[in-house]
Design a protein around this ligand. Structure first.
Ligand SMILES: Cc1cc2nc3c(=O)[nH]c(=O)nc-3n(C[C@H](O)[C@H](O)[C@H](O)COP(=O)(O)OP(=O)(O)OC[C@H]3O[C@@H](n4cnc5c(N)ncnc54)[C@H](O)[C@@H]3O)c2cc1C
Length: 405
């Protein structure tokens, strides 16, 4: 069962509202709610909903979805399928000699097929227990495995795209089930084709992880992928690039996330959120130079210029001279922009039950009984402050249903 959903006792026989089905705990009733728990039931329910011509939406753990107080006038398919299957184990470099033994064992891989409804963090815990590295820095992210490719989940220097091989996909446009390779999903920072308009159902994901068991027998324990995030390296007392025991890395990530209110914890008043509510803005290098010197920024790789089509009647045998300067992009810190536009942790509008998390400026929280409208008002206020201060329009990270910003 997704981690946001209360048990049936808590619902006391009433119809679940989105406030019961999402981690932000806001939102009205769905017109229809289906909860298929096997792969076949999921396919059947989805095809039936699509065939009806009604509106439809998919829901996993509801940790990246915020729905309006009016609810949703259509069918909600809540994905509850479970299961992890080992497809095969492969030695990626079968030709390695004894001298390369350490590299060879490090190169062993295990491939998994994971059902869409499998809770993500249960999967991470399972892989860490087995000594399979590749997901450990993604510990503690709430939600389902099927939703993970939608925004290419990422944290502490790892992204799903580092381990994703393919998805098993039921395409809404064609009704056809097909395997889509990760390379075709345009996975980027908190985005993919699934977030950008390719509509359909992720039935399962295929992952390739590093099987450290053989290595562990040599080194005395299963090690993580190289630590790629300075704050995490600091917490572990190692350098970026070092490898540490898998379990230690998971524990450290969970502790760091807990301190920021970024795990679901019923004892934490900041827990009712959708995680980061805004993505870090990506702007041109020229625009980033208008930011104050203190604003954190991370240069991204050079973006390719779009192809230019020249109409035949304008083509004289010589192409236009290409602009030699690549488009340089820079990622800014949304948290820094919010804090420096005068909004601090714990901020709330007068009389509102929606607040900025007391631990992390990027999270909008429901402090108890907030409406989706109150969340929307706070989000718009934050956007407005940052825009008027820095000229940047922050974009929401969660899927907003019936809620305009
Ligand atoms: C406390 C907290 C911390 C978080 N930290 C992080 C973080 O560190 N990094 C990060 O990347 N995200 C983070 N998130 C966001 C969220 O956990 C992830 O985006 C997660 O993958 C959402 O999973 P879900 O099942 O809850 O998705 P839902 O909210 O149920 O759905 C999200 C979107 O995916 C679609 N969808 C769901 N299931 C499927 C499916 N099977 N097939 C196709 N589409 C589907 C839905 O229609 C919706 O559009 C955090 C959220 C919270 C609440």
């Amino acid at each position: 069962m997704p981690d946001s959903v209360p048990d049936s006792g808590a619902l006391a026989g009433r119809e679940p509202r989105f406030a019961d089905l999402t981690t932000m705990r806001v939102g009205g009733l769905p017109a229809r709610l289906l909860s298929p728990a096997t792969e076949q039931e999921l396919v059947d329910a989805t095809l039936t909903a699509w065939g009806s011509g009604d509106e439809w939406m998919l829901l996993g753990g509801g940790s990246n979805t915020v729905v309006s107080d009016d609810g949703f006038d259509g069918t909600v398919i809540r994905v509850l399928t479970r299961g992890v299957t080992v497809l095969d184990a492969v030695a990626a470099d079968a030709t390695a000699g004894a001298a390369e033994a350490a590299d060879a064992v490090a190169a062993e891989r295990v491939r998994l097929r994971v059902q869409a409804g499998e809770p993500w963090d249960d999967l991470v815990a399972h892989t860490v227990e087995r000594g399979w590295s590749g997901l450990e820095a993604l510990s503690g992210i709430p939600g389902s495995t099927g939703a993970a490719p939608v925004q290419n989940i990422g944290a502490y220097g790892q992204e799903l795209s580092d381990s994703l091989l393919a998805i098993d996909f039921l395409d809404y446009e064609t009704g056809v089930r097909r395997r889509i390779e990760a390379a075709e999903l345009e996975l980027g920072y908190r985005t993919s084709v699934l977030k950008q308009g390719l509509r359909g159902l992720v039935l399962a994901v295929e992952l390739e992880l590093h099987d450290t068991q053989a290595e562990a027998s040599v080194l005395g324990g299963a090690l993580s992928r190289p630590v790629a995030y300075p704050q995490l390296a600091g917490a572990l007392g190692v350098q970026v690039g070092d490898r540490v025991p898998l379990g230690a890395l998971r524990a450290s990530v969970l502790a760091l996330r807990g301190a920021k209110g970024m795990v679901l914890d019923p004892g934490d008043p900041d827990t009712h959120s959708a995680g980061s509510f805004f993505t870090n803005p990506i702007v041109s290098l020229a625009f980033s130079r208008t930011m104050p010197d203190a604003a954190p920024r991370w240069p991204l790789g050079d973006a390719e210029l779009p192809d230019r089509v020249i109409p035949l009647d304008e083509y004289y045998g010589v192409g236009p001279v290409a602009d030699p300067s690549p488009v340089r992009l820079v990622k800014l810190s949304a948290a820094w922009l919010i804090e420096n536009s005068g909004i601090s942790r714990g901020f709330r509008l007068p009389g509102s039950r929606a607040a900025i998390s007391s631990k992390h400026t990027l999270a909008l929280t429901n402090t108890g009984g907030a409406t989706a409208d109150e969340i929307g008002q706070l989000a718009r206020f934050v956007q407005g402050r940052v825009q008027s201060e820095f000229g940047v329009i922050l974009q929401p990270e969660p899927m907003l249903v019936g809620l305009g910003l």
